[in-house]
Design a protein around this ligand. Structure first.
Ligand code: GDP
Ligand code: ZN
Length: 357
């Protein structure tokens, strides 16, 4: 049963001590005001964090959707107590509004982050970079998705523009309306892997979730929420198994994760600079000494204050460094993983040879 939620040998190894203590593993599929719903080998159970975990959580963050947790079960009333959170392989975090030190875990153990942007809206490279930075930072593998290709006059050209950003991740083009490209998207999520869709509102994320699930689950949820009968049901999972063996996490908080502090703060404030940069003669202008640079022109004639430009550059650099760092971390993790696999492989080969002799 929990294999369906991505349980693997690696998780079982991480869980050994808890298993010996008689605890059961489970994955958080829903977080609500009064607690959690966890998927276990005994089915879905209502769960609450133990007092001790709640205390510790001030540092490591409270259990979140996608977390693997150690439970004591009470099967009589189908409840469970969460005693520990297994070390997260990846996590989307955001700083708590009231403190710089406390973090809130938005979702955990995500393998693939689809960064969704739509082809009919103006392509916004900085927004794309920001969502990608959030994805890299989480440790998940980003995949850039260009939606609504049916609305683009020249989808290939637009895709080429995005490819020119050299994001270092796959770029896929889809049209949910025409059913184009969906299979390639599904193939990015291997059985047992968990994905999320992040991106601005209106780009087509719910539509893609529906396409993934082959059913109108999101609309169903809206209808349920509006009728009294459904209002108090808490069984709408936020971690949902996909038909192909993968899983998807869809919580209100996760979708616009890249925008939370960055885009709203920076983007709104630096709208004018963004417009100037779009007016440069060359699309790859570095805004230092190119002919026809609108930024340099703005600095020269005083429409752009030098201090604002410096501040903007600093913030952009920080964001891209955050992205680079996350990329290095992700690559190092991948190397370690491959290294581990190679060791196992070599050991198997040795044993094979031993057997043949
Ligand atoms: P979300 O806010 O990112 O979840 O976006 P939605 O999934 O709600 O989609 C926003 C709008 O875009 C809706 O009116 C959808 O019908 C429309 N939409 C989604 N995918 C496509 C597509 O592939 N082609 C076209 N033409 N419209 C789409
Ligand atoms: Zn320029």
């Amino acid at each position: 049963m929990i294999e369906q939620y991505g349980w693997s040998d690696a998780w079982a190894t991480a869980f050994e001590a808890q298993a010996q203590a008689g605890q059961a593993p489970g994955r958080v599929v829903l977080q609500h005001r009064n607690g959690y719903v966890v998927a276990t080998d005994e089915g879905e159970l209502q769960a609450k964090a133990s007092g001790r975990l709640r205390h510790e959580a001030q540092e490591v963050g409270h259990p979140a959707v996608g977390d693997w947790v150690a439970l004591s079960l009470n099967l009589q009333d189908r409840t469970a107590t969460i005693h520990a959170v297994l070390p997260r392989r990846t996590a989307f975090v955001r700083r708590a509004a009231d403190s710089v030190r406390r973090v809130q875990i938005l979702a955990a153990n995500i393998d693939v982050a689809f960064v969704v942007t739509s082809m009919n809206a103006d392509l916004n490279p900085r927004r794309i970079q920001r969502f990608l930075a959030a994805a890299w930072e989480s440790g998940a593998r980003p995949v850039l998705v260009l939606t609504k290709s049916d609305l683009s006059a020249d989808p290939q050209a637009e895709a080429a523009q995005v490819a020119a950003l050299e994001t270092g991740c796959p770029v896929l083009m889809v049209s949910a309306r025409e059913g184009v490209g969906l299979e390639a998207l599904r193939l990015q999520v291997k059985p047992g892997e968990t994905c999320v869709l992040i991106g601005s509102s209106g780009v087509g994320k719910s539509t893609l979730v529906n396409a993934f699930l082959n059913e109108d689950r999101m609309a169903t949820r809206a209808i349920r929420a509006s009728d009294d009968q459904g209002r108090h049901t808490t069984s709408h999972r936020q971690l949902i198994p996909l038909p192909g063996g993968g899983l998807i996490i869809d919580t209100p908080g996760i979708r616009e994760v890249g925008l939370i502090d960055a885009e709203e703060g920076v983007g709104a404030v630096f709208d004018d600079i963004e417009r100037l940069m779009q007016a440069c003669r060359f699309t790859n202008c570095s805004h230092t000494n190119e002919p026809g640079c609108a930024v340099q022109a703005g600095l020269a004639d005083g429409t752009l204050e030098a201090s604002r430009w410096t501040h903007f550059q600093k913030l952009t650099l920080e964001l891209s460094e955050a992205g680079d760092k996350a990329e290095r971390v992700a690559k190092a993790a991948e190397r370690r993983r491959l290294g581990g696999l190679q060791k196992v492989y070599r050991a198997t080969k040795r044993n094979d040879r031993g057997g043949a002799d």
